[in-house]
Design a protein around this ligand. Structure first.
Ligand SMILES: NC(=O)c1ccc[n+]([C@@H]2O[C@H](COP(=O)([O-])OP(=O)(O)OC[C@H]3O[C@@H](n4cnc5c(N)ncnc54)[C@H](O)[C@@H]3O)[C@@H](O)[C@H]2O)c1
Length: 428
């Protein structure tokens, strides 16, 4: 077992400063990676996508040419926000295929709802665009596999929006774990807490004039418009979303998997339900999921969507101690007697670094070196899908450690893929 890190090493250099200086953002800030190539992007889905559009627009040599949303209010308001920051004159559009049709566009950024992520990625790659696709990178496991295939076939850079992969403090914490700062790691626990209210019971109502509901639905089979699904609450319906596990759980599961050094699980169990409110929500608001891996290793995730009292973000347990990781990359190391060895502060989640990492992969024509390359994103997203399938079937899933496929359970494998609206089935 590697020994606990010498405390002096921590104290004599700032972990986070070191990671920034040696990482992509450091080189970029130092002018060593000057934006030699202008990068033209279009952004679809303008809630999270609005923040991303502003972030891309702030990077040198980036033109945000299109902002796209079937909600014309959001598209117009985002275009105006970009014009106000200067040097950007984006077109506000409703159909992202216009972005794909523009040969000067380098990349599509997809922050539309989850049912769009893989179809947009697959269409984007086929149109020759690089993709920044929000987490989770797919709505179901099959779509994740297709997205990886599309990235490979068209040799495109496809980055999943798990921005902590580019957070300097988080990167440093992962290096320390892999160097053995707490010895062999065998258990990782992750938590998510929030105080979400009830979404009520939906009523059929006229689609608002500012929303093109047909384009919003896209690949998902058609459903009548109800007044409590859009925006945001679609997360809580299996037809479009993946519950809290696929919404916020994917951020921590991605880091758990990274720190533990595992790919696909061998066993997945889940318990929980919609415990707090009686309403339309299909996905659990209270859920505990456990993923076992070869070599006596495990990840657990506890999500409480309706209670703020939380245990933490992520804790790694090893044979020589424990490491607490916070959402912003701050980490604390404990020895085996649970005495704090050191706390290393960090202030950056990794939002800008993640965008810069994506731009560098495009400019350097190096699609595979992305911090959250689609195959990595797929493996982490798959954990969410497997947790949800275990929940929906009420069964323990046994999985193939080579690819995560569910073994000996045809009913569970029914959830591996979905039905599509006519003409929208993704093909690679
Ligand atoms: N990485 C992060 O930290 C982070 C943070 C928030 C959200 N997200 C992700 O971003 C995605 C969107 O979440 P949200 O909270 O913004 O949801 P939201 O419902 O508030 O916004 C989604 C937007 O996408 C638009 N949209 C729907 N179909 C579209 C289409 N065909 N083309 C363009 N736009 C379309 C909707 O009209 C809406 O404006 C989710 O997948 C979520 O997981 C990631």
């Amino acid at each position: 077992m590697t020994s606990l890190l010498d405390r002096r090493e921590f104290l004599t250099r700032s972990a986070v400063t070191g990671a920034i200086a040696s990482g992509a953002l450091g080189r970029y800030l130092a002018g060593q990676d000057a934006p030699s190539k202008r990068v033209v992007v279009g952004v679809m889905g303008l809630s999270r996508g609005r923040a991303l559009a502003l972030n891309f627009a702030a990077q040198p040599g980036v033109e945000v040419r299109y902002v796209c949303d079937p909600d014309s209010t959001r598209a117009g308001s985002c275009a105006e926000a970009l014009r106000n920051v200067g040097q950007q004159t984006p077109q506000a559009i409703a159909d992202f295929r216009r972005i794909l049709d523009d040969p000067e566009v380098d990349a599509l950024i997809c922050a539309a709802p989850n049912h769009w992520h893989a179809p947009a990625t697959i269409m984007g790659c086929a149109a020759g665009k690089h993709m920044y696709v929000e987490k989770p990178c797919s709505h179901n496991p099959h779509e994740g596999e297709l997205s990886v295939q599309a990235a490979r076939k068209h040799r495109r850079a496809v980055q999943m929006g798990s921005q902590r992969r580019s957070g300097p403090g988080t990167i440093e914490a992962m290096h320390k774990l892999h160097e053995g700062v707490i010895g062999r790691v065998y258990l990782v626990r992750a938590w998510y807490n929030n105080l979400r209210g009830s979404i009520g019971i939906g009523k059929p109502t006229a689609v608002p004039e500012h929303l093109d509901y047909e384009m919003w639905q896209g690949p998902a089979p058609r459903r009548p418009y109800l007044d409590n699904r859009i925006p945001y609450n679609w997360h809580w319906f299996w037809h479009w979303g993946n519950g809290e596990l696929g919404n916020n759980g994917v951020h921590t599961l991605d880091l758990c998997r990274w720190g533990l050094g595992v790919d696909y699980p061998v066993r997945v169990v889940s318990s929980g339900g919609r415990y707090r409110w009686a309403d339309d929500q299909e996905t659990p608001d209270t859920q505990t999921v456990a993923f076992e891996f070869e070599g006596n290793r495990q990840i657990t995730w506890e999500g409480l969507s309706c209670n703020r009292h939380g245990a933490g973000f992520i804790t790694f347990y090893g044979e020589g101690g424990a490491l607490d990781l916070e959402s912003n990359g701050t980490y604390t190391v404990f020895d085996e007697r649970d005495k704090e060895v050191v706390k290393v502060p960090s202030a950056s989640v990794g939002e800008t670094e993640h965008v810069v990492d994506f731009l560098q992969a495009i400019r350097n024509d190096d699609p595979l070196r992305l911090n959250a390359e689609i195959e990595t994103g797929h493996k982490s997203t798959l954990l969410c899908h497997l947790g949800n399938i275990a929940h929906r079937t009420g069964r323990t899933l046994n999985c193939d450690p080579a690819n995560g496929h569910i073994l000996g359970d045809d009913e569970a494998m029914q959830f591996w893929r979905r039905e599509y609206a006519n003409g929208w089935e993704p093909k690679v």
